[in-house]
Write a protein that binds this ligand. Sequence first.
Ligand code: GDP
Ligand code: ZN
Length: 377
Amino acid sequence: MDRTEKRHRKDIEKHRPYDEMKARKQAGKIRRAMQKGKGEARENRVTEDNWEELLDRHGPSRKRPSLNDIIADLRESPGEFGEGDFDRAGIVISVSSGRCRVFQDGRELDVLVPGDVAARQKSALAVGDRVIVDETSKLTAVLPRRTVLARPDPHMKHVQRLIAANVDVVVHVVSLKSPPLRPRLIDRFLIAIQRGGAQPVICVNKIDLIESPAALPDLDPYRDLGVAVIPCSTKTGEGLEALRAQVEGRMTALVGHSGVGKSSIINALDTSLTIATNTLHRRGTGRHTTSASTLYDFGGGTYLIDTPGIREFGLWDLDRESLRDYFPEFEEAAEHCRFTNCTHVHEPDCEVKERVEHGELNRARYETYVRLWRDLE
Ligand code: GDP
Ligand code: ZN
């Protein structure tokens, strides 16, 4: 039995949700694609392993010029739905208790969410969901999701709360000061984003607050993983074009601690949008202006989702073995560890530890790995 098959059996034994298995498969794909090299070389080489991924990225489903195209996608793979259903399909732009707002056919509708959906609403419905609404403005179905962005419920750790659905890109916004940057948080966000199937981007905001670029933290380990790192400032406008290039024609969620500047970034990307930006509390902690996720249609297939300030992503139901998938940079070294099942935490003759000692692998990333590994006990 190979590793994949073993894992698959374990999943079935443990009744793991399908979404999660799919998310892991996606992470595996990303990992394999990364191993094949970075940047252009990786993009262009089609192999048996990556053709599906390349098709996803370059095929017609990747760009979404309009909501009509999203609906056209649905028509192509209708699943259990009838043709007529899609005439009443729309996209969720915000969710409140018992109701949601939906873009449908160029209109914005106030839609009733019936009891059975409402009962599980936080996990059953999310901003970005494609839904079917009947003539009486009642929600009748939530269509299958391509990706999810989720975190565990702060009070019930086993319950998954959806932050957004069907996002192509998730921009993790961090700021250099007020609140200060904690690079370790980035690793958790990255894992949560990749698990849900979206492409992560790191945006370092408020660079106007530092004296020189030399004061920027070292985020090269993330660049080496193929993650775009974009320093920017909504005050000076620096980096905003690079950010725009990442989100254009795609559905993007902005996540991060409250006060890092998510709303300001959305405003800066489209000055016609006016979202109340908050001023920081005297204590230095951000105040919430947005209490739930909201989707903004920028036209031309560009959708941005502003999410509530999230301090931290807990990692629900991640096991130690799948943790490795999110540290692909260790993989080559791992082949040289004395034990084939080396965890790189406590074993002797561990090549990963060796390379961390010699500065060939990033120490901060390794320390995060060890911390997460211990947390997952
Ligand atoms: P959010 O909670 O992440 O949506 O953050 P906001 O967009 O509300 O911004 C929080 C505070 O940071 C506000 O006072 C903004 O004016 C400020 N801010 C946002 N972007 C920048 C920036 O690039 N530089 C500086 N110096 N302040 C910024
Ligand atoms: Zn090892």
